[in-house]
Design a protein around this ligand. Structure first.
Ligand code: LAC
Length: 251
């Protein structure tokens, strides 16, 4: 599969937030709850990840669709909204049709000589829907779901699963992710990491200041788009997936 002579033998992509834009649920939320789509989008995603960590740490695993549903129910409930079971399901299904970031498809095509995979918190059925709806399932050799070890990122169990599935040592696997907690976990486990920094710290800082109105989107960006300050440093940082093929060529 890989005839590039590179030290990197497989490139695995995080799904939610890296290949796919979790902010794209705003349309269906806004259509369902007019005037509330913006903040619901942020609370939902923040809570979804928080619940993944809570369930993983408490050894009380439920798959990512369940966690996504629970997080949405929590988000609606805290702001005084209700959704019936079928409406809740329809909203959760928005996670099956997330928008593919515009830099994803050309990058995956440019890397087609390599062994490419998806490595995600999503369970296989959820990932299959997502990849099929975006028309990119054929581009990946491996689709690795944390569900096999019943733990979520950044548990070391999931990075071990990735290496075991690929049958490769960690330093031959490159994880591509925009999620700071994923870069942190993968790097601690010994994987090579490429961080996709779509929003630089300099640009983020410009959004803040005494005279600026700060909303949920800005708070989300401070919490989920930046490198975690926990000591792990990615092997490469790119501002767009489009920079990835050249970055990998030099690894
Ligand atoms: C994923 C989460 C981290 O795709 O968004 O694994």
């Amino acid at each position: 599969m890989d005839n590039t002579g590179s030290a990197i033998k497989a490139v695995i992509f995080d799904a939610y937030g890296t290949l796919f834009d979790t902010q794209s649920v705003i349309g269906v939320l806004e259509a369902t709850f007019p005037g509330r789509g913006g903040y619901l989008t942020q609370i939902w995603r923040l809570k979804q990840l928080e619940y993944s960590w809570l369930r993983s740490l408490s050894d009380d695993y439920q798959d990512f669709r369940v966690v996504t549903r629970e997080a949405l129910r929590y988000s609606l409930g805290t702001v005084g909204l209700e959704a019936g079971a079928s409406q809740l399901e329809r909203l959760v299904a928005a996670y099956d049709r997330l928008a593919l970031f515009s830099d994803a498809f050309p990058t995956l095509q440019a890397l087609s000589g390599r062994r490419l995979g998806v490595f995600s918190n999503g369970k296989h059925d959820m990932l299959a829907e997502l990849l099929n709806n975006a028309g990119i399932s054929g581009l990946f050799v491996d689709v690795i779901s944390v569900d096999a070890v019943r733990a979520f990122k950044p548990s070391p169990l999931v990075y071990r699963l990735a290496c075991d599935t690929l049958q490769l040592p960690p330093d031959c696997v490159l994880l591509v992710s925009s999620n700071g907690f994923d870069i942190y976990g993968a790097s601690r486990f010994g994987l090579k990491t490429a961080r996709v920094e779509r929003l630089t710290t300099t640009e983020l800082r410009k959004q803040f200041g005494p005279e600026k109105l700060i909303g949920p989107a800005e708070i989300f960006r401070t919490l989920r788009t930046q490198l975690e300050d926990l000591g792990a440093v990615p092997d490469v940082t790119v501002n767009s997936l489009l920079e990835l093929p050249e970055a990998i060529a030099s690894m």
